[in-house]
Ligand binder design. Structure first.
Ligand SMILES: [Zn+2]
Length: 179
């Protein structure tokens, strides 16, 4: 009776109880001896294969990490964070100065610009609304205009002021970076 694959496996793993019986069969049976060698070769290959693959992938991953990917994004993130922090500081520093300066110098042209912007916005809005809900616009002319005017002005003011603050902050930051 030939050896089973399980018996050969156990023999190779040194887990079989009666090695003497297996060895005597292997000595007398070329077929089982050949299967043993085949299995031995297969196991040896299986043992070495994942190790080689793992080492290779780990090595390539380490190389990849070391050379390109984490270094640049990390550097960029750090720079971006630093810039944001500096911009924020610059904004806070610049805010009182801008607020003092704004009513004296900027206000007349600024207001004119805002009024122009608002009228343009209202024209645009009216055009869109007329186009979309012409009948509703005719029926309720007072419904749309009054609530629109105040939020638009407030929004425009806030937006323009924020933009101005941002520009001043960026200017200060830029000057600081050039130094
Ligand atoms: Zn046999």
């Amino acid at each position: 009776m030939h050896l089973t694959n399980e018996q050969i496996n156990e023999y190779l793993d040194n887990e079989i109880a009666d090695r003497a019986h297996i060895e005597s069969h292997l000595d007398s049976c070329g077929e089982c001896a050949a299967r043993l060698i085949a299995l031995q070769t297969l196991f040896a290959e299986l043992d070495s294969l994942p190790e080689v693959e793992l080492t290779h992938s780990l090595a390539s991953r380490i190389t990849l990490h070391a050379t390109s990917s984490p270094q640049l994004p990390r550097w960029l993130t750090l720079t971006a964070t630093l810039q944001t922090a500096l911009a924020l500081i610059a904004l806070i520093v610049a805010a009182p100065f801008v607020m003092n300066l704004l009513p004296a110098i900027e206000m007349p042209s600024f207001t004119e610009f805002l009024i122009q912007l608002q009228s343009q916005w209202i024209t645009l809005f009216t055009t869109i609304t007329n186009y979309r809900v012409a009948s509703l616009w005719d029926q309720l002319p007072a419904f749309s205009l009054p609530p629109l005017q105040i939020p638009t002005l407030t929004l425009s003011l806030a937006l323009a002021f924020a933009s101005l603050l941002w520009l001043v902050g960026n200017g200060l930051l830029l000057r600081r970076q050039i130094k």
